[in-house]
Write a protein that binds this ligand. Structure first.
Ligand SMILES: *[C@@H]1O[C@H](CO)[C@@H](O)[C@H](O)[C@H]1NC(C)=O
Ligand SMILES: *[C@@H]1O[C@H](CO)[C@@H](O)[C@H](O)[C@H]1NC(C)=O
Length: 305
């Protein structure tokens, strides 16, 4: 105490006109202001983060280039019961993963060429168009045609392009098997597997209202693993059309499509999702579904004779 007083006295002596009482009071008040500032900042940060939680968190932005990124979840019990019927098909963990490194730029270009040639056979002003190479079904809203009925089909389904299609399909199949640690031979490519082209126009049928929140397994029991390969860039070629997973009432996880990006996820309730309505531009994608049930396997597409 005596030393402190002495020090203050010395300071006082050094600084002309200094008032030690005032000085110490000033210091305390400054500290109080700072501590209040810190508390207020804490409150603001807390509100900011809770508000943020109430909105959405990105799984990946379009500009990101992701080797592999994912989230794991407890599997939904119905989903587990379903996949447990099949040997080697239960995922080590349920979840969702993305990768921008599975499919090459060249492969994307070939697939896009197949899709564009197919869709060119029909009217281009539809909100939703679907091309299923396996069944040959080409739909534009209410209209459904078989691609094999067109002479152009030989060109669209040419052997070289179909070979690329099969390679990409096999790559995705391997990635899913590796990611979820299940048997590669257990994974069957199944219905629905298709190219889609979506614009901001209203779809002509309720069936094509892609934006509703849903669970893939509820749409079709044979749906066990879902994947989508994006063939267009969000923010550049179209607006809207992001994939959104609804995790809790508070958090939505969104994925911005990127050309060549693959998203793969277990098809149960743990991956309840929807696609935002496309606001402008054209969104091309390829959905590839897998089933653990050998009976649900679909045949590879072939070049018409
Ligand atoms: C999450 O997405 C759903 C479907 O679009 C929406 O109804 C809900 O309001 C969103 N939740 C949040 C917290 O943004
Ligand atoms: C469900 O998948 C099976 C097997 O791929 C298919 O035959 C059936 O048409 C699908 N059902 C619906 C409602 O899409």
């Amino acid at each position: 105490m005596a030393v402190a007083t002495k020090k203050i006295k010395e300071k006082e002596a050094k600084i002309p006109n200094a008032k030690p009482e005032k000085l110490s009071f000033g210091f305390l008040s400054q500290q109080r202001i700072w501590s209040r500032f810190v508390v207020i900042l804490g409150v603001i940060t807390y509100i900011w983060y809770t508000a943020k939680d109430g909105k959405e968190t990105p799984l990946a932005k379009q500009k990101d280039v992701v080797q592999r990124r994912g989230q794991v979840f407890e599997c939904d019990s119905n989903y587990l019961t379903e996949v447990k019927q099949f040997a080697n098909c239960e995922p080590k963990k349920c979840g969702r993963y993305i990768s921008d490194k599975i499919v090459t730029t060249n492969e994307v270009e070939v697939l896009l060429k197949i899709a564009k040639r197919g869709f060119a056979l029909g009217s281009s002003d539809r909100g939703v168009s679907i091309l299923d190479l396996h069944s040959g079904a080409l739909s534009f809203g209410e209209q459904l045609v078989n691609i094999h009925s067109f002479v152009e089909s030989k060109n669209i389904l040419n052997p070289a392009d179909l070979a690329v299609y099969k390679i990409v399909k096999a790559k995705i199949q391997h990635a899913i098997a590796e990611t979820f640690q299940i048997g590669i031979n257990q994974l069957q490519i199944a219905h629905p597997t298709f190219f889609s082209r979506v614009t901001n126009l209203d779809p002509k049928t309720v069936h094509n209202e892609y934006w509703h929140v849903h669970v893939d397994e509820d749409v079709n029991k044979s749906f066990h693993y879902t994947s989508v390969l994006y063939l267009a860039d969000y923010g550049r070629e179209f607006a809207g059309g992001r994939l959104t997973f609804l995790d809790t009432q508070k958090t939505n996880v969104t994925l911005e499509p990127r050309k060549g990006r693959v998203v793969m996820f277990t098809s149960g309730r743990e991956n309840t999702h929807h696609v935002e309505r496309v606001a402008s531009g054209t969104r091309y994608a390829m959905t590839v579904s897998f089933s653990c049930d050998v009976k649900k396997a679909i045949k590879d597409p072939v070049t018409p004779k």
